[in-house]
Design a protein around this ligand. Structure first.
Ligand code: CTP
Ligand code: MG
Length: 221
């Protein structure tokens, strides 16, 4: 069995609203991801993590849907999703704030885990040089060839991810992605091909990019 946890439990503090429910071009932001996930035949069911007050939101899908209430942090929302799954072999975690993930990102991740990796995360090599800055002063220039921009979907062995989350809870570890928790336990994680277009909607100004991308897609079709 392969499950997917679609995270839509955030508050959107930096955006100024729960961006996942904003409607663009006839679809709510989280429905863009759901439509993509529906096209991934390998996925058997989707756990949609929602804010408590939105638990009864309308969700139309060809996949089996399980709704769960999120937590105060992204990591706790993932954990809520994991606990709602009785049993499965592989789980994909996806931020609904990334409406332009592709079917291939899910599929490549699933294939990597099927091939024996403990996890596979969507990422692309940074085209820009990245520097560490403290108090407005450069302290280090990182080797660009080793720097990757990390996104979701992130796909994992279900039992190992559950173990990593339980270890994090017991040890007060809070991370911004699931891979970081797996890395702490020494699990081996690989990459699958990400893209600049799979950006995360974080600030209100990011909507301009969403509109450009949708217009571009329409021109292609
Ligand atoms: N998310 C979640 N539960 C949380 C926090 C985040 O399910 N407690 C989800 C969001 O809905 C989003 C994804 O995780 O799809 C990435 O989080 P982020 O972009 O940080 O969204 P928010 O947490 O909503 O935004 P902010 O941090 O600005 O409040
Ligand atoms: Mg957040």
């Amino acid at each position: 069995m392969i499950g997917c946890i679609l995270l839509a439990g955030g508050k959107g503090n930096r955006f100024g609203a729960k961006k996942q429910f904003l409607e663009i071009n006839g679809l709510k932001i989280f429905e863009y991801s759901l439509k993509t996930i529906e096209r991934v035949e390998e996925i058997d069911f989707v756990v949609v993590v929602l804010p408590k007050e939105d638990l009864d939101i309308e969700i139309k899908s060809s996949k089996k849907i399980i709704r769960v209430e999120g937590g105060s942090e992204r990591q706790f929302s993932v954990y809520s999703g994991l606990r709602a799954i009785a049993d499965c072999d592989i789980v994909a975690i996806h931020d609904s704030a990334r409406p332009f993930a592709t079917v291939n990102m899910f599929r490549e991740g699933i294939n990597n885990v099927k091939a024996g990796w403990d996890g596979s995360i969507t990422a692309y090599r940074s085209p820009d040089t990245i520097k560490r800055v403290i108090n407005n002063e450069i302290v280090e220039t990182l080797n660009r060839d080793e720097i990757y921009v990390v996104q979701t979907p992130q796909v994992f062995d279900f039992k190992k991810l559950l173990k990593a989350h339980e270890y994090a809870l017991e040890n007060n570890i809070l991370a911004t992605d699931d891979s970081a928790l797996m890395e702490k336990l020494g699990y081996r994680i690989t990459l699958n091909e990400g893209s600049f277009f799979n950006f995360k909607i974080t600030y209100l100004k990011d909507l301009e990019m969403v509109e450009c991308f949708i217009k571009g897609e329409k021109m292609k079709s």
